[in-house]
Structure formats: C-alpha cells, structure tokens
Design a protein around this ligand. Structure first.
Ligand code: PRT
Ligand code: ZN
Length: 213
C-alpha cells in the first residue's frame, strides 16, 4: 500500500470551510460529514483529520498528522518544533492590544505595570519583551473582550478582524502585535514519500492561489 499524507484541518470554526474548499480546489475529493473525525480522499493519496485548531500544531509535531492548516497566530503561540510551509491567503486578521475607549493612551509605555488579558500569552510576552515593557499577563481562553469591563484586566490582546467586537465592548485598538492568516504547517521529519506528496500539494495550492489573484 502506498503512502498517504495526513492533513489536519479545523473540525468546525472560522478556518474550516475555506480549508476544505482549498483542499477540494487542489483536486482532493472527500466527504466531510459533520461527525467524521477522519476521512479518506479520492484522486490523491491523503487522509483528512478534523481537529480543534489549538491541537493541530501538537498533532503535527507528534507526527499524528503530517501537515495541517491553522491560523498563523496559533502556529506562533504554540511554539512547536514544526515549520510554516505556505501562507494561504484566507482568515486574515490581526492580534492587537486594546484598552477601554475612555483611557488615555500615549504609546506602548502606557501598558507598563498593567494587567493584560489574552489567549495568546507567549505572543504577548514576546511583544512586551521586545518593547521593554513589564506587564502582568492574565491568560483566559475566551470572551477576552469583556475582561476590562469586569475589572479583570486593564487591557486585552485579542484577534481583531473588522473591529466591531472591540467597539461594542467599549474598547479601542492601540497596538498591532502581529498580522495573521491561515498557514500550512508541516512536521519537520517527513519521510521521502510524504515529502513528495507535500510538494505536489504545495504546487497545486500555489496554482490555485495564483489563479485567484
Ligand atoms: O473550536 P476551535 O478551537 O477549533 O476554534 P476557535 O474557536 O479557537 O477558533 P476560531 O474558529 O474562532 O478561529 C480560528 C482562526 O481564525 C483564528 O485562530 C484566527 O487565525 C482566524 N480568525 C480570523 C479569527 C477571526 N478572523 C476573528 N474575527 N479568529 C477569531 N476572531 C474573533 C476574535 O476572537 C474576536 O472575538 O472574532 C472577534 C473579532 O472579530 P471582529 O470582526 O469583531 O473584529
Ligand atoms: Zn481554538
């Protein structure tokens, strides 16, 4: 039996639809019923695994999946020994620091000694270190935007797309920490056969994305 490349994509959420669409545009055909965790593809030797996005970098590092599609923010935050292979040009957003609208903000030094709520503690810490800022990071897994309003933090660092979530929570965006989009990630120790399949797939992804632009 010849080798199949194992591709991890988000099971449900903001990346799911376009990840599946991209793979289908690359000529992989498969059915993705809502309760399937794993599905075989026709036309291309692959297997698709449907997982939570946060778990994908670990699965790729552990060689449970060979490659995966996640937000660049998740790839950077997880700090796994894996590689970013290709930017995919969808799910674009930014990770930004925001503070209550009524608070004065005079540059990054205003964050000194403050408490920042975020789901991205590693990225935030790196940003603070680069800017010589000392602040307390409070890690929370969701509803970060409400943290200042309930007295949990002075500022937040969260994903922003249109900015309407910040607006409706009385916050203003003051610093962009990073820009993000969906990325293809890969295990660093793929065997030769899997590497060939990955290269075929990258070739097709590039062709699909070039045709779109
Ligand atoms: O269940 P699972 O763990 O797999 O999914 P998840 O809930 O962790 O992630 P999901 O599906 O919400 O997002 C997956 C990825 O999509 C993120 O890691 C980002 O790379 C990307 N992405 C793009 C976004 C957004 N846009 C986005 N707008 N992720 C989240 N948001 C949220 C943000 O957290 C905030 O609450 O939308 C709100 C802000 O949006 P605006 O338009 O109001 O600014
Ligand atoms: Zn997640």
């Amino acid at each position: 039996m010849s080798k199949k490349i194992r591709i991890a994509v988000q099971k449900s959420g903001r990346l799911q639809e376009q990840s599946v669409k991209l793979l289908k545009e690359c000529g992989l055909s498969f059915s993705n019923g809502p309760n399937r965790l794993k599905t075989e593809t026709y036309n291309f030797p692959a297997e698709i695994l449907f997982l939570r996005d946060d778990d994908i970098p670990q699965y790729v590092e552990d060689n449970v999946a060979d490659i995966g599609i996640v937000g660049e923010n998740v790839f950077i935050e997880k700090q796994k020994d894996i590689s970013l292979i290709e930017r995919l040009d969808f799910s674009k957003c930014r990770l930004s620091i925001a503070v209550p609208r009524e608070k004065d903000y005079e540059g990054i030094a205003s964050i000194n000694g403050k408490k920042i709520a975020t789901s991205y503690p590693n990225i935030v810490q790196q940003f603070l270190t680069e800017n010589n800022i000392t602040a307390e990071i409070h890690e929370i897994s969701g509803s970060v935007e409400i943290a200042p309003g309930i007295g949990l933090a002075d500022a937040i660092c969260d994903i922003v797309s249109t900015g309407s979530t910040l607006l409706s929570n009385g916050l203003k965006e003051v610093e962009t920490v990073m820009k993000s989009e969906a990325v293809l990630i890969a295990n660093n120790t793929l065997d030769a056969e899997t590497q060939v399949l990955l290269e075929k797939l990258i070739f097709r992804i590039k062709a699909v994305n070039t045709a779109k632009n």
